[in-house]
Design a protein around this ligand. Structure first.
Ligand SMILES: NC(=O)c1ccc[n+]([C@@H]2O[C@H](COP(=O)([O-])OP(=O)(O)OC[C@H]3O[C@@H](n4cnc5c(N)ncnc54)[C@H](OP(=O)(O)O)[C@@H]3O)[C@@H](O)[C@H]2O)c1
Length: 230
């Protein structure tokens, strides 16, 4: 399978790419800004099947990223929109730039990628997996300081439902996994005093499996994947 994973340099995305690359039939493009972490990840992929594309997803993708992707993949089977940004600040302290950056990484980068990759999605059979959050899941408990982050993830969940409807006749499935606490750098920013029960490795195993097979049973779903609150 041809798989694209954003946010591949750290946390869940790093582990996701590492696991997907243990299967020699997969070719995996990993995108993030941190070039040296992506190079480190490449060394952990024994079949030379990871392509590192260092890129800041808040930038326009037509000029550099898109041609690079199309050089490697004529069609994309799986896109995992995993890159994310969290700022922990009370609502009154958030500046317009904080909102803009949060939405730029968590929502608009996904919109840009989907728009530009759409012609190259496998038909039928492509699966888009958006990595959401319990913070953006309707009716879930909410936490002080996470308004911009949670609102961006709620928008991502809604986008998931809309695109699944628009694309269902073309055989492109779109789902969202609303993750609970996973022990990564981002979790440490949101809940500095707490320890998550779930490791990046175990959630990555689940996401990798879901990304490769979940579209046979789910489309347009926002699925909570959470053991604890937070
Ligand atoms: N950990 C949790 O408890 C938790 C819970 C719910 C949902 N999630 C979601 O799970 C996903 C992964 O989170 P994580 O915990 O693994 O976070 P993380 O360890 O902070 O990693 C975030 C990843 O996103 C990338 N990224 C951030 N800004 C970027 C940009 N402008 N351009 C390209 N890449 C960018 C980072 O790479 P660079 O810095 O190298 O660019 C990094 O690879 C996120 O969408 C997050 O919202 C996590």
């Amino acid at each position: 399978m041809n798989v694209i994973v954003t946010g591949a340099s750290a946390g869940i995305g790093f582990e996701l790419v590492r696991q997907l690359c243990q299967n020699p039939i997969n070719r995996v493009i990993g995108i993030a800004r941190n070039e040296s972490r992506l190079a480190e990840l490449q060394h952990l992929c024994p079949y030379n099947n990871m392509i590192a594309l260092p890129f800041d997803l808040t930038q326009a993708i037509e000029g550099i990223l898109l041609p690079e992707i199309y050089t490697h993949f004529t069609k994309t089977d799986v896109l995992i929109n995993n890159a994310g940004y969290l700022q922990n600040k009370p609502f009154t302290a958030l500046k317009p730039a904080d909102w803009e950056h949060t939405f730029s990484v968590n929502l608009f980068s996904v919109v840009r990628l989907l728009k530009e990759l759409y012609p190259g999605f496998a038909r039928p059979g492509a699966h888009v997996v958006n990595i959401g959050s319990m913070g953006g899941y309707q009716g879930s408990p909410k936490f002080t300081g996470l308004s911009a982050y949670s609102a961006s993830k709620a928008a991502l969940a809604s986008l998931t439902e809309c695109l699944a409807e628009e694309w269902k006749h073309e055989g492109i499935s779109v789902n969202c996994l609303a993750l609970g606490a996973v022990q990564t750098e981002m979790f440490g920013k949101a809940f500095p005093q707490q320890q998550a029960q779930v490791s990046p490795r175990s959630i990555a195993t689940f996401i990798a499996q879901f990304a490769q097979t979940g579209h046979h049973l789910f489309n347009g779903k926002v699925i909570p994947v959470s053991l604890s609150t937070p």
